[in-house]
Design a protein around this ligand. Sequence first.
Ligand SMILES: C[S@@+](CC[C@H](N)C(=O)[O-])C[C@H]1O[C@@H](n2cnc3c(N)ncnc32)[C@H](O)[C@@H]1O
Length: 290
Amino acid sequence: MELETQTAGALEQAPAQCGYAFDILTLFPGLFDGLRQESLLGKALQTGVVELATHNFRQWATDRHNTVDDEPFGGGPGMVLKPDVVVRCLREVRQKRPGAKVVLLSPAGRLFKQETAVAWAKLPGLILLCGRYEGFDARVEDEVDEVVSIGDYVLNGGEVAAMVIVEAVGRLLPGVIGNAASLNEESHSTALLEAPHYTRPREFEGRSVPAELLSGNHAEIARWRLRQSLQRTRERRPELLAGLDTRAWSKKDRQWWAEQTGEGPATKARPQRVAPGAPDRGAAAPADEL
Ligand SMILES: C[S@@+](CC[C@H](N)C(=O)[O-])C[C@H]1O[C@@H](n2cnc3c(N)ncnc32)[C@H](O)[C@@H]1O
């Protein structure tokens, strides 16, 4: 598969230190055209200090419609990006970039911070997976090094998030910013994270879709998702659980959560801070009969 690489089309000067590569896996490679042409980073790309290659998932689809998404198991709105197509694309890119870190962009990831940018600037490169629709089939996460969010808000796709990371990391690379000393003088709610998604195939490389999602039992699916959300949030963004309100939960769910946290029955009275109009996933729990 050809890389849609745009680096030093017209080299105006010898690269200060070439070698850092950003690989962007996306359904919309054209969104990166502006980034390549403008600003300090655009200049670094044009002079070969940094490389930026885009890879369109659709090129790894195998049917005549170039299908990249499918309906979510367990129901719900939107479409999910298929694991087979995404993983084929990722593996091909990865084997050409030894040492690069693979990062999946998701609002349900760990927060990207300046300290992250500093650490990643020391790598040979980054492979950034941009989602669309409801995001990736959860099994794609087994293939990546990190799942990262750029902030507590939801974008339509991962491309802008990838650009944020390219900007934040790229400007730390030698030769991108004229006065490197200026880098040393710079400054610097709570709803649950979403549960994992799965789509066809039911079996992918030995990993099955969880039985709860195939049960057709809406209450069971809701309970599974709530628990997965809690486990994910506790694992990835534990600070979001500080104001967790469990009062609307079923007794079973409260007992289960108490066992998970080892804190005994959880009955915090503190109100949960949720953006106006946003679904209150923490409190909107299944009824007692679950
Ligand atoms: C509409 S979003 C999917 C949101 C997902 N259903 C959820 O609630 O977690 C589509 C894609 O945009 C990207 N995205 C959206 N918000 C993001 C953020 N804050 N940080 C990183 N990527 C984001 C991700 O790649 C995601 O797969």
